[in-house]
Design a binder for this molecule. Structure first.
Ligand code: LRH
Ligand code: MN
Ligand code: MN
Length: 388
């Protein structure tokens, strides 16, 4: 049996980071459905993130995306967040929305464009310095659509050179999170397509470079928990972008499409003693809420991650090890499934009550009147950044 008091302590200490862009209007390339009450500024996104933290108690940081969250004074933005009780999380770079980047950003054959893209990475570190952020999150849309379009290997060299510059600019407490994605917007070959490529670049860079796993960025059927186990063993797992997918990079609510997968991932995290914030993994959400109301959907996503984590913590690890060592296949599998099939909602309600929170954060949000207030006050909400 798992130690219940220890499970509750771990759940109360868990941290999940929200993405500023999830609060803004978003959509597919076919249509952006505008919602009433969405933020008109980075400050209003931060205010909404603070509300998610207020009701969940476990989401005290918000990731920014630059230039979507561009302001004149980043120090003041960090102070504003602090005044609302939250911190600035990962700074996400954006080298994918400029005409110059049609053939790539840091891997572009044109040295001038590579310079511009690399300068953006360095600017992001300046923003980290001003806001107190620890994590430089890098995702490159770079890749090619046609065989022969560019030299695959030269592109790796150009990527390595840009990463080196960004890495050398980091302060002691700062680090790079290098995200991979199999395809889209490039379709034939992506320059950082998988965890192995990201991992190899991180090893080449040094200890402050780690891999970010976006759960929506794999081929269908990929065993993501294996990647988690492997990277933890190598001490190179730095972060998650949690979201759900049915088909491609769907960016639906974490834990909605496949809660069992999220449980299997969180089990490897627990098994690797990597849940504690002191270990340093940034458990972020990276999702869009195109048709559902955003703030309650983000709260729901935080609860889904908590539920998967609670089930992972409930696995009877002694019984599991025994069954594994005995070669008892069915028993080992049922030990894991027993934990997965436990209804952990009452346990999480207790954890929240102990923290002085409402046991049902979505209902508490709905009762709070915040949604009605922002709908009345905010006119002309900002788009998250793409899909126009
Ligand atoms: C790319 C991605 C990456 C971006 C975000 C908006 O698909 O997952 O993390 O920064 O979406
Ligand atoms: Mn992502
Ligand atoms: Mn994505």
């Amino acid at each position: 049996m798992a130690d219940l008091a220890a499970v509750k302590r771990a759940l109360a200490a868990q941290r999940i980071e929200t993405p500023s862009w999830a609060f803004g209007n978003s959509g597919t390339r076919f249509k952006v459905f505008a919602q009433a009450g969405v933020p008109r500024s980075p400050q209003e996104k931060i205010a909404d993130a603070a509300v998610v933290h207020k009701f969940t108690g476990v989401a005290p940081t918000v990731a920014l995306h630059i230039p979507w969250d561009k302001v004149d004074d980043y120090r003041a933005l960090g102070e504003y967040a602090a005044s609302l009780g939250i911190g600035i999380g990962a700074i996400n770079t954006n080298v994918f929305q400029d005409d110059d980047y049609k053939l790539g950003s840091v891997t572009n054959p044109d040295a001038g464009i590579r310079r511009k893209a690399t300068d953006h990475l360095l600017e992001a570190v300046d923003i980290m310095d001003a806001t107190g952020s620890r994590d430089l999150k890098l995702w490159f849309s770079d890749g090619i659509n046609y065989p022969g379009q560019d030299d695959l290997r030269n592109r790796q060299d150009r990527l390595a050179a840009a990463l080196r510059e960004a890495y050398d600019r980091l302060g002691d407490h700062q680090r790079i999170l290098l995200e991979y994605k199999l395809f889209e917007p490039a379709f034939y070959a992506t320059d950082v397509p998988d965890w192995g490529t990201s991992y190899a670049h991180c090893v080449e860079l040094g200890e402050k470079a780690t891999v970010c796993i976006d759960t929506g960025h794999h081929a269908p059927g990929t065993n993501i928990e294996f990647i988690v186990a492997f990277l933890l063993r190598q001490k190179r797992l730095g972060a998650f972008d949690f979201n759900s997918r049915f088909y491609a990079d769907d960016d639906l609510m974490a834990g909605a499409a496949d809660p069992f997968q999220l449980f299997r991932i969180m089990y490897e995290i627990v098994r690797g003693d990597a849940l504690d914030p002191a270990y340093g993994i940034n458990f972020m959400l990276d999702q869009c809420h195109n048709i559902e109301t955003k703030i309650p959907a983000i709260i729901r996503s935080v609860l889904n991650v908590q539920e998967a984590t609670a089930k992972a913590l409930l696995v009877d690890r002694a019984a599991l090890t025994r069954a594994q060592n005995d070669g008892n296949v069915l028993e080992a599998n049922s030990v894991l499934m027993d934990a997965y099939n436990t209804d952990v909602r009452p346990l999480l309600a207790e954890v929240r009550a102990d923290l002085g929170l409402d046991p049902d954060p979505v209902r508490a949000y709905r009762r709070s009147g915040y949604q009605e207030r922002i709908v009345a006050e905010r006119v002309g909400g900002q788009q998250a950044g793409w899909g126009a």
